[in-house]
Design a protein around this ligand. Structure first.
Ligand code: SF4
Ligand code: SF4
Length: 248
């Protein structure tokens, strides 16, 4: 049997999603037995295969090399998966986006002089450059989701894409709402799919799976203000993983 070719590429990120994947290796053997991993970012940065059935791309597009890489991978891959919140939304590299005009000033602050760094002043999600077939949110990703998505794609099934907030998963799991204990939480406006591990361990959801398309932002802002958070910090909480101001 010819095994499907699966490749993993990396761009600008902390690589936490790849460490999460490596940590999940004991849950992956039944997946690994059935695929041919042709490229793995930590072993080879440049694509070496001619074609892929599934290509995972981690990280934000932050420089010319990243933009070239995603175009090349798109040309060679049947399915492209944006792997982790940096790839899906810009994530942590996009924290710099609201201050893109200060890009050079920040370089000077960090390096002591103006130097030519070849990064873009703006970090983009992968879908701004190429078509993406599936977005796997999370900072970092959930290993359970990797297993499910690879399995579904190999079976020719469309992986599930939850269109509801993290709160639904708290309800399903019987987790007591943190707001009831006076802890402000981003769950009501955050994409589900992680199974709400943070509230289950009594830590607020930080919004790492990104903003829910039809989230009630006005109501969430009121709730957060009612818990003593000022407007400036609320604006930061809403834009933390996208670098974009939420206009809802
Ligand atoms: S703890 Fe957070 S995510 Fe869970 S139900 Fe409450 S607001 Fe929603
Ligand atoms: S509960 Fe929120 S912060 Fe925690 S993993 Fe899920 S989306 Fe991310």
């Amino acid at each position: 049997m010819v095994k499907p070719k699966v490749a993993f590429f990396g761009m600008t990120s902390c690589k936490g999603c790849y460490f999460q994947l490596l940590l999940a290796n004991e849950k992956l053997p039944h997946v690994l037995e059935n695929i041919d991993v042709t490229d793995f970012w930590m072993l080879n940065e440049e694509p070496k295969g001619d074609c892929y059935d599934i290509a995972f791309i981690d990280g934000a597009v932050s420089n010319h090399e990243n933009a070239e890489l995603v175009r090349e991978v798109r040309e060679k891959a049947k399915y492209v998966i944006a792997f982790g919140t940096c790839a899906c939304l810009g994530g942590i590299p996009a924290l710099r986006n609201p201050d893109e005009k200060k890009h050079n000033a920040y370089h000077k602050m960090v390096y002591g002089k103006e130097i030519a760094i070849k990064s873009y002043p703006h970090a983009d999600p992968v879908h701004k450059h190429i078509h993406v077939d599936y977005k796997m949110f999370g900072c970092p990703i959930s290993e359970r989701e990797v297993v499910e998505v690879v399995r579904d794609m190999l079976l020719g099934k469309k992986p599930r894409e939850p269109d509801y907030p993290v709160c639904v998963e708290c309800k399903k799991n019987g987790t007591r709402c943190l707001f009831k204990d006076g802890v402000p939480c981003m769950g009501p406006v955050t994409n589900a799919g992680c199974d709400a591990p943070c509230p289950a361990s009594r830590t607020a959801c930080d919004g790492c799976r990104g903003p829910l398309d039809d989230g009630n932002w006005a109501e969430e802002a009121k709730l957060l203000e009612g818990h003593g958070i000022d407007k400036k910090h609320i604006a930061f909480m809403f834009s933390k993983y996208t670098g974009e101001k939420v206009e809802k």
